[in-house]
Write a protein that binds this ligand. Structure first.
Ligand code: G3H
Ligand code: 13P
Ligand code: ZN
Length: 333
């Protein structure tokens, strides 16, 4: 059993309370490799932003869970080396799908876990979430749960509305499960294709897809039912057009990729939404930078020569999110 406190990590409790009060959101960035982690820490240290490092089940399988955990521990020291005196870094399990997985993360030094039982029937979601909460809280590890199903382009259901979180359920769910934060569904989704072209309109000037707005009425209703309760948004990448264009220019193929417009995330960050999950944008930045080097310097074969530019572009992206979208800069001096 390793306590995250010994590793210099923090849970989300205080982070979220301050974020709600201050009208900003904490960035939750996924990482799978060293360059992503370096970029996240550099951006957070330079902007003095609290940060949540997210590890998915897929990341654990890809990079090895032990290595990832030691990397997160190293990240705290790296942050201090960069001159960040009091780093506020949370290590979080993203989309945990079983009690066993959540328990192993708690035992292994994570400071926060998500139990995503949103695909289960309501009562089973509550029961599994409560089981994780009861275990995690013994070690002061915070727990994120999910209610409602994120829409996906693969969804057969024509009306995404039927997947939105039902505001009338949130009080009962939060009270009986005991979760510390709640991920809700208001129209965001995972990946780089958040909406089908049919769900969007086209900007007549640029020909680019304009996605439909998020369901802020659902968010407002949830906040009314659960005043001051920490709300989480998954699937919040914006899919920056410049990265998509770069990827397509240098041999990639991402037609009609579309994300959540930043002004909508800015609006959400000012509310009780205090954790915003971003993964795909980092993947796009990485890929765009690597493709550029491959296209322009075909003789290059030193990974540092293409992973380095990828890291620089991701650092720029993370700083932009922190300063211009989430407003979390300067909140962890
Ligand atoms: O929510 C999903 C995250 O983007 C993690 O994705 O399961 O491919 O690591 P992954
Ligand atoms: P994106 O695919 O929009 O980056 O969402 C990431 C996420 O929600 C991780 O849990
Ligand atoms: Zn997610």
């Amino acid at each position: 059993m390793v306590s995250y406190k010994e590793l210099g990590l923090v849970n989300t409790r205080e982070m979220f309370a301050k974020a709600i009060k201050g009208g900003y959101a904490i960035p939750a960035f996924n990482f799978n490799n060293m360059e992503q982690l370096q970029a996240i820490i550099k951006a957070s240290a330079e902007t003095k932003s609290p940060v949540i490092l997210q590890v998915s089940k897929g990341a654990r399988n890809y990079a090895n869970q032990t290595l990832l955990r030691y990397m997160a521990q190293g990240a705290v020291e790296y942050a201090k080396e960069l001159g960040w005196e009091h780093p506020q870094i949370c290590l979080h399990l993203d989309h945990g799908d079983s009690f066993e997985l959540c328990k192993s993360c708690v035992d292994f030094g994570f400071s926060s876990v998500m139990i995503d039982a949103s695909s289960l029937p309501y009562e089973e979601n509550i029961a599994l979430t409560k089981k994780v909460v009861d275990y995690a809280h013994q070690y002061d590890v915070t727990v994120e749960a999910e209610l409602g199903v994120l829409a996906g382009v693969e969804d057969e259901v024509s009306s995404a509305v039927s997947h939105y979180t039902k505001p009338e359920e949130v009080v009962d769910f939060a009270t009986r499960s005991g979760c510390d934060s709640l991920a809700i569904s208001i129209g965001t989704s995972h990946g780089a294709y958040k909406f089908t072209p049919e769900q969007c309109t086209r900007d007549p000037k640029t020909g680019r897809l304009v996605p439909p707005p998020l369901a802020f009425d659902v968010l407002d209703a949830v906040m009314e039912k659960l005043p001051g309760f920490p709300i989480v948004l998954h699937g919040s990448s914006s899919v920056p057009q410049e990265y998509v264009d770069m990827i397509n220019k240098y041999g990639g193929k991402l037609p009609d990729a579309v994300g959540i417009p930043e002004e909508q995330l800015r609006k959400a960050a000012k509310s009780a939404v205090c954790k915003i999950n971003i993964d795909s944008d980092s993947r796009l930045a990485f890929t765009a930078a690597v493709r550029k080097v491959f296209a322009e310097k075909p003789a290059e074969f030193d990974p540092r020569k293409y992973c380095g530019p990828a890291r620089d572009l991701m650092t720029e992206l993370y700083k932009h999110k922190i300063i211009n979208v989430l407003g979390s800069d300067g909140k962890a001096e």
